[in-house]
Design a protein around this ligand. Sequence first.
Ligand SMILES: [Zn+2]
Length: 329
Amino acid sequence: MNGKRKLILIIRGDYMYTFFPVIQPDELLFSIYARYHERSLNKNENKTMEELHLTKINPFLPKNIQYLIKELKYFDVPDKDYFLTFHSMYNYISNFISPDDNRGLYLYMTDGTGKVEPHVSDKFFSKKKYLKYCPVCNQRDFKTLGESFWRLSHQLPTLFICLEHEISLKRVDTPNHEVGLKTIPKNELNVFFQETFTKKTMFYVKKFAKQSVLLNRVKLNLYNSIQSQNFYHLFVEKGLMTGSEIDVKKLEKEIVEFFGKEFLELSGFSKALFIEIKERPLFFSNSMTPVETLVLINFFFDSLSGMLLYNNRTPKREIASSLLVELLL
Ligand SMILES: [Zn+2]
């Protein structure tokens, strides 16, 4: 910052910027707010909320990013689309929802005017009452940075391990999102209990992790491909029908055999999906979370790219890049 800018800040009395943390790669926007709060020494979170122009805290659904950018203009921060892609779950969520819901979500997150429909918030935010972190990344952060930060990729609903360290993530419960502006806690133990998974589980855990990161980087617009009607055709094609009805018992058996019980339990896959498919064969997709959606996609197509190729509606360039990311990431 040059002298003139500094002077402007002092004249305006904007001392808050002195405390603004350096934004880390893959850092969740909420984490930036939480680290700012810790540095600011504000006793009351409301004071911080006021300074950052926040009305409520939902770690996964930041509102009015434009305001933050406007206030931080002295630091030459990138634009709102950069924050959406690299510091929020916007791309990930938008891949699963309709164009109308997308517009509402975009406006809500960028300038605070749009509305996030209840079926979107229920699916992605309301049921998710925890934040996740990797204990090894955490220890390294404290060693190198003196503090740690919430990583965006670790919060993705279909990512269960740290891809760098290949260990499962720890959860910090946030009942009813009463998380406050909490920074990531220091992992005190040098030795921590590590679950071991079967090779098959690790295979799918890694596969889902790569696909999750891809979904958060690239807009693949899955919405039209993940509707009940599309899956209905696949049930028919795969011989999963008894007469005119879907044989959900056979479907369940094949899905459990395909992924293994351990993986399905770890992922939080809900078996209520099979009841939904039986009762509402042409409307069940409305109730699917990203976990159930990725389970069906991988069961039928083996990969995200497989589905894009099958539906042949996605530009070839995007299919090629998604194939590459799924293979190499
Ligand atoms: Zn890690």
